[in-house]
Unconditional design. Structure first.
Length: 435
């Protein structure tokens, strides 16, 4: 990897992180991709987003700033080991993002007081890191494009979009973000550049925890024994590396106007089958990588799907399903908004006829097995997404009050089918017509 750029989160006050607003506008490519001749092909750039917070307005910001780029956004598990999984399949994204520590870890951020005032420093942890993979960087023009995108991601505008400009401290000297009043105590440390960073991997934390537990249990008696135990575990087999499943048929996690996203469709169809729902709707980018053929470790199954979504189970009439899909496509910001084809929704049990316009996407029709959906019939319906943002927003707008969000998440459905049942994913379907 090269050109690593980082931001750091200062304290645990970031409940409003990534809630900036930006509407969709004219940079959505050409309408009618499967009904009119295509214009000049755009340069494709795959960006792995560390969380669905980046869908609030950050992805739209990139689409607007680089209209010549066809971005493919995937929601990655917030772990550097996710990228190890992609490397193992020779399938690295062009741009990587990771948030090394969750907000719950931010309580560890604290001042370090020296013997005098000038010796005081403030401990910080990185919260937003980006990098470019070597993939495709041997082409000078593409390398320049990727580096231009990276620069934009941590520019003044970029950081304001990802943080609402108030709750993060930038490393870049040319970026100024207004801090929340609650963070005034940090200003002297920032002005004097007395912030120090602690970097550590998940392995270091896991093994440190295990060795401390050994000490508490009396299994090691001396510092040397503790160090030996640490080194032995570091060199040993990592937990979760036993083969638990085998996938026979690969599916691409890439949207095409002809077939939609086949990997996401296979997952959606599997969720519909296991849940017993009539209809399922989920955002395609919640599937985090291609579905590769071959053996899988348990932890690697978790990297196929973003792990923070929730199912919303409800009973809807066909008329309400129409309204649900129309409202979803009309969202211009928030975790669930559609900014380009890669963030379009995937349907299972029904098909969507959609037109791409200069201002977004509009719904033309919903069908079941090619016939128009019965607007008067009642269907069991699962919408999958962020329960506190997307699901709540759409159901409140439509006056839907009875929603069950306690069901299994996407990774649990994958484990049920592939591990517990020893089965395979349901075959994908051509669920969309994009005009």
């Amino acid at each position: 990897m090269k050109k690593i750029l980082t931001l750091l989160l200062a304290v645990a006050m970031a409940a409003t992180m990534l809630t900036g607003c930006a509407g969709q506008n004219a940079n959505h490519g050409t309408a009618g991709e499967n009904s009119t001749p295509q214009t000049e092909k755009k340069e494709k750039v795959v960006v792995a987003c560390w969380g669905n917070q980046m869908l609030d307005s950050y992805t739209q910001y990139l689409c607007d700033l680089f209209p010549e780029v066809e971005f493919e956004f995937v929601l990655a598990t917030n772990s550097t080991d996710y990228y190890r999984f992609r490397v193992d399949h020779d399938d690295m994204p062009d741009i990587l993002t990771v948030r090394r520590f969750a907000l719950k870890d931010a309580v560890l951020l604290m001042p370090y007081f020296g013997q005098t005032e000038k010796d005081n420093w403030y401990l910080t942890y990185p919260a937003f890191q980006i990098a470019a993979s070597k993939k495709g960087m041997d082409d000078p023009e593409r390398e320049k494009l990727i580096l231009d995108i990276l620069t934009a991601m941590v520019s003044q505008d970029g950081q304001e979009h990802i943080t609402a400009g108030k709750n993060m401290v930038p490393y870049n000297k040319d970026v100024t973000l207004e801090l929340l009043p609650e963070l005034d105590n940090l200003k002297p440390y920032i002005e004097e550049n007395k912030l120090y960073i602690r970097l550590a991997s998940n392995d270091m934390f896991r093994i440190s925890r295990d060795v401390v537990q050994m000490i508490l249990n009396g299994e090691v008696q001396t510092a040397q024994e503790a160090l030996t135990a640490f080194n032995n575990e570091l060199a040993g087999e990592e937990p979760g590396t036993q083969i638990v499943a085998h996938i026979h048929t690969p599916y691409a996690n890439e949207f095409t106007p002809e077939h939609g996203n086949q990997a996401a469709s296979a997952v959606a169809n599997t969720m519909r089958k296991l849940s017993g729902c009539d209809l399922v709707l989920l955002q395609g980018c919640y599937v985090a990588s291609d579905i590769y053929a071959g053996d899988y470790f348990q932890k690697d199954l978790g990297y196929l799907a973003y792990n923070s979504g929730n199912p919303g189970l409800m009973e809807l009439t066909g008329e309400q399903v129409y309204a649900f899909v129309e409202t979803t496509l009309s969202l211009t910001d928030g975790r669930g908004a559609v900014c380009n084809d890669s963030t379009l929704y995937v349907s299972s049990g029904f098909e969507m006829d959609i037109t791409k316009t200069d201002s977004g996407y509009t719904l033309n029709a919903l069908t079941i097995d090619g016939k128009e959906m019965d607007r008067n019939k009642t269907y069991s319906f699962m919408a999958y997404g962020d329960v506190n943002w997307y699901l709540n927003l759409v159901t409140e707008k439509l006056g839907i009050s009875e929603v069950d969000t306690t069901g299994p998440r996407m990774p649990e459905y994958l484990t049920q089918r592939l591990v517990e049942e020893g089965g395979q994913l349901e075959a994908p379907t051509d669920y969309i017509i994009l005009r």
